[in-house]
Write a protein that binds this ligand. Structure first.
Ligand SMILES: C[S@@+](CC[C@H](N)C(=O)[O-])C[C@H]1O[C@@H](n2cnc3c(N)ncnc32)[C@H](O)[C@@H]1O
Length: 204
């Protein structure tokens, strides 16, 4: 990894995703999480302040050392017991049927083999366990989706492999999760960047 992706990008992401609009999204995504939770793409721990008291421990999967370091103040300010649980959502070094809940925010856009990551989440979640997600992705508006396809190469290059045009709900459904709640909306700002899918899916 180069200096930009290793040092600058994790700090930029920490700043860009730490605002009131995202705080509301995080609150919604974290609401109802319970028991032992695995989070893929933990980043700088921006979800930590929103974890409900029913969470007994958080297993964080995050490749960026800078992001993990930045998370420490948030973790220290919370009551959560954090376990650093590996670097790659595509290969979870965690046992089968272990977790009550799983969490991913703004991460399914970036993991290269997202099908594999979802398969891994299903493997480590108990039967009936819930996956909570808040992700940006492909807009149903044809004109917006065209721009997302056009700009995807640039986005991938400058945003650490982030894709604008993944159909998040379709990816989750085809991995075998049963989607129980889904809310779509657009964030403020350029439409290609901000089509959001927030919801919960059950591991069957
Ligand atoms: C846009 S950031 C979101 C961070 C955090 N989830 C949040 O909402 O603030 C995407 C995160 O996915 C992480 N990531 C990239 N590839 C990954 C992988 N293969 N497995 C797990 N996380 C990954 C990045 O390091 C980055 O922290």
């Amino acid at each position: 990894m180069g200096f930009y992706s290793e040092q600058i990008l994790p700090r930029a992401i920490d700043k860009m995703l730490d605002n009131a609009e995202f705080a509301a999204v995080r609150r919604e995504a974290c609401d109802g999480l319970r028991g032992d939770v695995v989070e893929i793409g933990f980043g700088s721990g921006l979800n930590v302040p929103f974890l409900p008291t029913g969470v007994t421990g958080l297993w964080a999967v995050e490749p960026s050392e800078v992001a993990r370091r930045k998370s420490r103040t948030r973790v220290a300010a919370s009551a959560i017991t954090l376990h650093e649980a590996g670097l790659d959502g595509e290969r979870l070094d965690l046992p089968d049927d272990r977790f009550d809940s799983a969490l991913s925010t703004m991460t399914l856009c970036t993991i290269p083999d997202v099908d594999l990551a979802l398969h891994e989440l299903r493997r480590v979640l108990k039967g009936g366990g819930m996956f909570h997600f808040a992700e940006h992705g492909r807009s149903p508006e044809h004109g917006v989706a065209r721009w997302q396809d056009r700009c995807n190469g640039l986005q991938r290059r400058f945003a650490g492999g982030c894709n604008l045009n993944r159909d998040i709900a379709a990816l989750i459904a085809r991995s075998g999760f049963e989607i129980e709640t889904l809310r779509n909306f657009s964030l403020k700002g350029p439409k290609p960047l901000g089509y959001m899918t927030v919801g919960r899916a059950r591991n069957l």
